[in-house]
Design a protein around this ligand. Structure first.
Ligand code: HT7
Ligand code: ZN
Length: 867
């Protein structure tokens, strides 16, 4: 397969102004009629018109109403080429036949649980009809859908419903018109037996918008939180960005078979049902939070993605980075800002397998959001808003680039962003090193920053990046010192805010090395550097353990307070890893135990914050810091620390569980979810003790829980204690929830992630469980994805985990290449491990690559991993 590079971008020779689609839905096949109004970019153009297509049967091809002769077109498995199109504007009519019932890839038009549904991003539209399937082709669409009325009473597409009616033979139709231009990846169609929860939202300019969330009838009661989230998102976008919804109807459909989380199709968002359906008994607080965030995310795309879209797929971060940033801000405003920031940064860091799936990755989404966040950090909220306003003013209705976004931010603020654009072109995470120096005589305090961007494939030498460093200085009383000026580059720069000294300033670090000096410092401060994680870098500093404990106890920036604890924990874990590797006995540092204890028992702290602050860094994070990743050791060390903390703080943890039991009624609000978060982490620690008293306690919590958040946490605690009780309670959980597939997916994941020796055999058995189905992505992500996340068993030294995944990828690839390629990315970091594991993983990648009929998706990831 041929890779396409950014530098190869070429404007299309032809634009499409309007597209009329007509779907004749059938039980065997579906006919798709398409009429496209084509216009050449340059008058007199005679270039061939090349349309993309995949798995399509061409039935009719007409230009300006006339059949196209055999010599004038050419079809192969990927394209339909009109070799000599007329000059000037013309119409193109195409009829294709497709088989949605056989489409297990879940791209294009497919049938899911009896309903038709589409997924067109990134290149699914070419599985529906021949088209220029690229995001810079923006057209207005109409869509007529015709199907059996009893099987498909609901017929939905983008825009406004302008006509509907009955037809002969028990069929009916609906005609939809979308008044906005859009790329084909935003096209959507849904047809089936669905019912809706209805509500309305009045925009601030008085538009009355009908909101409908569609699901099978039995799931409707579980859509209340999604509707609440949608209305909150609509209001938030008006309040914060002045952005209103632009049509009279907004539909959301929940489907059980979906490759990703959700899709922002214009006015017809399609969701994986796990991100819509929630009730206290069947969804956890984490699910409620994810629904809020993703409903917001897809809604926010209406402006950042749909009204202004990407010129090409190399610009994906333009819409995804910006929209993730917007959903993060939304969730922050709806809950606790520092806790949300901690959760987002943990996600960014814990990514064990920086996916190689090219585009839809943490790099594009989460790191893209970090880049957008830096604009806001540098410009402040009002400056960022000015930039956004200019971006929409300039580019509404266009397909643009990350550079256009940069230019809008810069121009709206007259800002000097020097080398900021490198964030888009230079791969790799910059390493920032900070050395401090206090001169008691001169009363100066200096911070010297040096940065290095590690080489990455194809980019051996890197330029210094523009790194905004939010900084505060703490005095010995633990309070922020007022800051009014800093000496930098030979100039004394004012850093006051409206003539008032500030407590946090943003230093602009742009060179390989530079020094900032603070004058009139009567004592050596403790610096709080990179507050709120103001730039996505890896920072090393000369802060001592004493400084870090001081920050953990005092920093006014809660993110850095948490971060200080994480730095201490990472240092401790790495020391113990080395001890373990040298067969030295493991001993837990008492100062660390006391630090955790003081956070756990500090009643002035937010409970959700405490829950985060007493959570150890993930195993993947520690492995990332090792020369050769050693999963067994990292797991043993993390388990040792957890157990040791649990044993030394048993009383405090028991009190925490006792004091934070829920009230009867489940509320998803900060106060209640914080209590549950703290109680559950305390119970998880206690579970690591594996003693009878704790088993009793966890069983009690399991039996008396009135919501899934607490019941599942109790199950997780019990799952750590091998034996009869564990097995019985797992069986009980299945019995209780077997009719709730989303709950059963959690049950699969819990067992898949287990550290019991040779768990691969248990997972192999679960593949044959009646509730498992390889065709359903959620089940695959739970069972197979869950297993790949378990350090000990996936990386088992006998290669059994790798063999399991290798075999499954080959099997899955025949069903759903996109899902298979997401799974194969678990191998992508094989070079980080020891030689034995390297050889075993490499052998599986080679086996996958030698499989017959391998998809492009899997080929790409597997071959890049091996390169
Ligand atoms: N923009 C959407 C991405 C997406 C997707 C991509 C590839 C294959 C299937 C997919 N489903 C959804 C989701 C989002 O970021 O909002
Ligand atoms: Zn998105």
């Amino acid at each position: 397969p041929k890779e396409i590079f950014l530098k190869d971008y070429k404007e299309p020779d032809y634009f499409f102004e309007k597209v009329d689609l007509n779907f004749q839905l059938g039980e065997e096949t579906t006919l798709v009629f398409s009429k496209i109004f084509v216009s050449p970019r340059v008058e007199g153009c005679s270039a061939p018109l090349v349309l993309d297509g995949a798995d399509l049967k061409l039935i009719v091809l007409k230009v300006n109403g006339e059949d196209v002769k055999g010599d004038d077109f050419h079809v192969d498995s990927r394209h339909l080429t009109l070799t000599s199109p007329p000059s000037g504007k013309f119409t193109l009519e195409i009829v294709t036949e497709i088989c949605p019932q056989k489409n297990t890839s879940l791209e294009g038009l497919y049938k899911s649980s009896g309903n038709f549904c589409t997924q067109c991003e990134a290149e699914g539209f070419r599985k529906i009809t021949f088209y220029q399937d690229r995001p810079d082709i923006m057209a207005k669409y109409t869509c007529r859908i015709e199907g059996d009325k009893s099987l498909y009473p609901v017929l939905l597409s983008n825009g406004n419903l302008i006509e509907q009616g009955d037809l002969e033979g028990g069929r009916h139709f609906a005609l939809w018109e979308d008044p906005f231009v859009k790329p084909c990846y935003l096209f959507a169609l849904v047809a089936g037996q669905l019912e809706s929860r209805d509500d309305t939202f009045i925009t601030r300019s008085g538009r009355k918008v009908s909101l409908r969330i569609w699901t099978p009838a039995q799931d409707l009661p579980k859509t209340a939180h999604a509707m609440y989230s949608l209305k909150a998102a609509m209001k938030w976008d008006e309040d914060v960005f002045g952005l209103e919804y632009d049509l009279d109807l907004f539909n959301v459909v929940a489907v059980p078979d979906f490759n990703m989380g959700a899709m922002e199709n214009k006015s017809l968002n399609i969701f994986n049902s796990k991100l819509v359906l929630a009730s206290p008994e069947t969804a956890t607080d984490a699910d409620y939070a994810a629904i809020l965030g993703v409903i917001g995310h897809e809604y926010f795309h209406n402006w950042t993605g749909n009204r202004v879209t990407c010129r090409d797929w190399f610009q994906l971060s333009l819409k995804e980075g910006l929209t993730v940033f917007r959903d993060q801000e939304f969730s922050s405003d709806m809950g606790s800002r520092p806790v949300k920031r901690i959760a987002d940064v943990s996600k960014l860091r814990s990514y064990q397998f920086p996916q190689m799936d090219n585009f839809y990755t943490v790099t594009v989404y989460e790191k893209g959001a970090e880049v957008v966040r830096m604009y806001k950090t540098l410009l402040g909220a009002p400056g960022f808003r000015k930039g956004m306003d200019l971006y929409f003013k300039r580019h509404d209705g266009q397909a643009v680039t990350c550079e256009d976004f940069f230019a809008a931010m810069r121009d709206a603020n007259g800002a000097d962003f020097s080398n900021f654009l490198l964030w888009y072109s230079q791969a790799g995470t910059p390493r920032l090193n900070v050395v401090s120096n206090y001169n008691a005589e001169a009363k100066t305090y200096s911070l010297k920053f040096s940065q290095e961007v590690p080489p990455t494939p194809g980019q051996p030498v890197k330029e210094p990046m523009f790194i905004p460093v939010a900084l505060g200085l703490l005095g010995s009383d633990g309070k922020d010192m007022p800051l009014s000026s800093v000496y930098h580059d030979g100039i004394l720069e004012s850093i006051s805010n409206n003539d008032q000294p500030t407590h946090t300033t943003v230093l602009r670090v742009t060179k390989k090395e530079e020094v900032f000096v603070f004058n009139d410092m009567l004592e050596r401060p403790v610096p709080s550097i990179l507050r709120g994680y103001s730039a996505p870098v890896r920072m090393d500093s000369d802060l001592t353990d004493a400084d870090l404990y001081f920050l953990l106890a005092n920093d006014s920036d809660e993110f850095n307070r948490w971060e200080a604890g994480q730095v201490l924990a990472r240092k401790l874990m790495l020391t113990l890893v080395s001890d373990y590797q040298q067969n030295k006995p493991l001993v837990l540092n008492q100062q660390f135990v006391n630090g955790i204890k003081s956070v756990l028992c500090d009643s002035s702290l937010d409970k959700e914050f405490i829950a985060k602050a007493i959570t150890l860094p993930g195993e993947g994070e520690i492995m990332d810091m090792m020369e050769v990743a050693d999963p067994d050791t990292v797991h043993a060390v993390r388990s040792f620390i957890r157990k040791q903390l649990a044993s030394e703080l048993k009383n405090e943890l028991l009190i925490t569980v006792g004091n934070n039991r829920s009230s009867e009624k489940y509320e998803f609000d900060h106060q209640n979810l914080s209590r549950r978060a703290l109680k559950n982490i305390a119970l998880a620690y206690l579970g690591s003790l594996e003693d009878a008293e704790i088993t009793e306690l966890a069983l009690h919590e399991y039996r008396t829980a009135t919501n899934l958040t607490e019941q599942f946490a109790a199950l997780v605690a019990l799952d750590q204690i091998p034996g009869k009780v564990r097995d019985e309670v797992l069986a009980d959980f299945y019995d209780k929830w077997q009719h709730e597939y989303l709950v059963i997916n959690k049950w699969f994941a819990l067992q898949a992630m287990s550290n019991v020796p040779r768990n691969v055999e248990n997972v192999r058995k679960l593949l044959n469980h009646p509730a498992f189905d390889l065709r359903n992505p959620n089940k695959v992500y739970s069972l197979i994805g869950g297993f790949c996340g378990s350090l000990v068993n996936f990386h088992a030294k006998d290669g059994s985990g790798y063999k399991f995944l290798g075999e499954l990828v080959v099997q899955l690839d025949k069903i759903n290449p996109q899902v298979a390629s997401r799974m194969v990315s678990a191998f992508s970091r094989w070079k980080r491990y020891d030689e034995t594991r390297q050889n075993l993983a490499k052998a599986q990648l080679e086996m996958i690559l030698s499989a017959n009929g391998l998809s492009e998706n899997v080929f790409e990831i597997a071959s890049k991993s091996l390169a």
